[in-house]
Design a protein around this ligand. Sequence first.
Ligand code: FES
Ligand SMILES: [Fe+2]
Length: 339
Amino acid sequence: MFLKNLWYFAHRGDRLKRGAMVAKTLLGEPVLLARDSDGVPFAIRDICPHRGIPLSVGGFDGREVECCYHGWRFNREGQCTAIPSLVEGQKFNVDRVRVQNYPCREVQGNIWVYFGNETEDMIEPPEIPDIGERIPNTAFTLEFPCHVDHAVVGLMDPAHGPFVHKAWWWRSRRSIHEKSKAFAPSERGFTMVRHPPSSNSAAYKLLGGSMTTEISFQLPGIRIEHIRAGRHVLCGLTAVTPVSETETELNHQIYWTQPWLTPLKPFLKPLARKFLKQDRDIVTMQQEGLKHDPNLMLINDSDVQAKWYYRLKDAWTKSTTSGQPFANPVEARELRWRS
Ligand code: FES
Ligand SMILES: [Fe+2]
């Protein structure tokens, strides 16, 4: 089962034009995402309540979705507005027909969908600080053929860098050294507190200036790397969304305020993509071993973030099922490892 009462990254905003719709499977559920003619995105269940055909194979005029089987029409709230087969005088209340509607929000160029109970004190979708309403300078999507937990743990794992991400512009096996980073609990997760970045990363050196970086993780699987370089910021937002028990979609967005970085986009995007493809390839290979359901280990301190992730999940599930407030199980501490 996937975590509920949370916002999940559903789609890139720039990939959903006005008047367009797209069918997606998110958390095992068929979801139709569309953007109406006013530019507002919405999400409804992609199953016609009449005879079960996906609504996404029908039409959308920028206002209403029309089922391709018998032409029933639905608005952005999921309310049925027309049943063409009804004859004058036939008593059938169209208002009673609905398709589930999901809360949907567009923030900083990304479309988020909420899964769970809608309550008055519902949380807000994640937002990157200090970049205002900026949209990503560059973004890409990767499919991970694994359960969301392996994608999340693989991405937060600090010890695989020198083995999986060997590259002249990043780091090599020879550059392994001891690291010590301070962590603190933060909203629905934890944060590696702001610090000057690792000295063995050539990519960081490119940015110049006095730099500091802060990396935060929050449920369900959202990582925000926030780099300050002088008066500028460069941020990476990585969000993983379960498609099914065995498939996960990863979306990576990069934002920057340095105008001089924009001409470097044709180089930056392939680098970031290559980096995350290495993460995808390693978890793909891991699936071979996991088929045999082996016992796995989480060791100190390099796997402590993974331990926190599992504890956070448990605490979140406990709070959503009991209705009690969520108690963050992470305690502030320093983690040491070699990488
Ligand atoms: S199946 Fe959709 S209108 Fe009949
Ligand atoms: Fe990695």
